[in-house]
Design a protein around this ligand. Structure first.
Ligand code: ADE
Length: 284
């Protein structure tokens, strides 16, 4: 009798519609827009704007979800360098399945027209330290995509929708003038190539080499790694950076001077992007 009852209960549970057992599956949250930065300060502005906040630590890394207006957003900081960036991005993609990923932060300007506070929206990212190292120098090349076995490109292209929205947001924003060595001027938003490597660059000569060989406008330490993970998983990605230094012999001092302002400017553009996307109401 007991056994019969058990079988009946088991059968009843097994035949229940899925909606009765797992109601959450029928009202899933929409795929969030993800915003990453290397340092906590680089995503603070975004984090402070979130409502309906949920903090989810994964392997000790906090992923903070919430809403900005109607947009569902998840925010995290990766730590410095390519491996930290790739690791955090992988956890993000696995656990949150974001619709797109934006990386925000600071960079060393290589293009001499870029000044601290200016924002570079990366139409593409590349590693400046990947390929074959000959006596004459590096021959840039991608490694094979671990999933498909195909060679990755040297340049990871930006998500076209995010790139267009960033340009639109850049036109809509007005920034306060920045106090530079050469006087005051408001930050500019430009589109260009950002290169990534596991070194903080403090050499005008090396920077010039990245410009000559890769057409680089700015250099940083995470962007291409985030872009590679997204590329290999077919998720759109955009890297946005604001200039904190000129990747020259003054870079360490300049970074200290301009870091906070640059981090704020880059995050400010991302906030404006979220507003623009929400107005188009396709983030919700
Ligand atoms: N991020 C900000 N400035 C940088 C530099 N000069 N080199 C690498 N990453 C940076």
């Amino acid at each position: 009798m007991k056994r019969c009852l058990f079988v009946m209960v088991w059968l009843a549970l097994a035949l229940l519609p899925a909606s009765c057992t797992t109601p959450a599956q029928h009202s899933p949250r929409p795929a969030p827009l993800a915003v990453l930065g290397a340092f906590q300060q680089e995503v603070t502005l975004l984090r402070e704007m979130l409502t309906e906040v949920q903090v989810r630590p994964i392997e000790g890394i906090e992923f903070i979800s919430g809403r900005i207006g109607t947009a569902v957003v998840v925010v995290a900081w990766t730590g410095v360098g390519k491996v930290n960036a790739a690791m955090t991005t992988t956890l993000l993609l696995e656990h949150f399945r974001p619709r797109q990923v934006i990386f925000t932060g600071i960079a060393g300007g290589i293009d001499p027209n870029l000044e601290p506070g200016d924002i570079i929206v990366a139409k593409q990212t590349a590693y400046h330290d990947a390929g074959t190292l000959w006596t004459e120098g590096i021959e840039y090349g991608g490694v094979r995509n671990r999933f498909t076995g195909e060679y990755n490109p040297v340049f990871f292209p930006a998500d076209p929708e995010l790139l267009a929205v960033a340009e639109q947001a850049g036109r809509a924003l007005t920034f306060e003038a920045t106090a530079l060595r050469a006087g005051h001027r408001p930050p500019r938003v430009v589109v260009g190539t950002v290169v990534t490597g596991d070194v903080f660059v403090v050499s005008k000569e090396r920077s010039a080499e990245f410009a000559a060989k890769l057409g680089a406008h700015a250099v940083e330490m995470e962007g291409a790694a985030v872009a590679q993970v997204c590329y290999q998983r077919d998720v759109g990605c955009l890297v946005i950076r604001s200039i904190s230094d000129k990747a020259d012999e003054e870079a360490i001092m300049d970074k200290q001077l301009f870091y906070a302002m640059a981090a704020r400017n880059s995050a400010g553009l991302v906030v404006e992007m979220v507003r623009t996307l929400t107005r188009g109401s396709d983030v919700e």
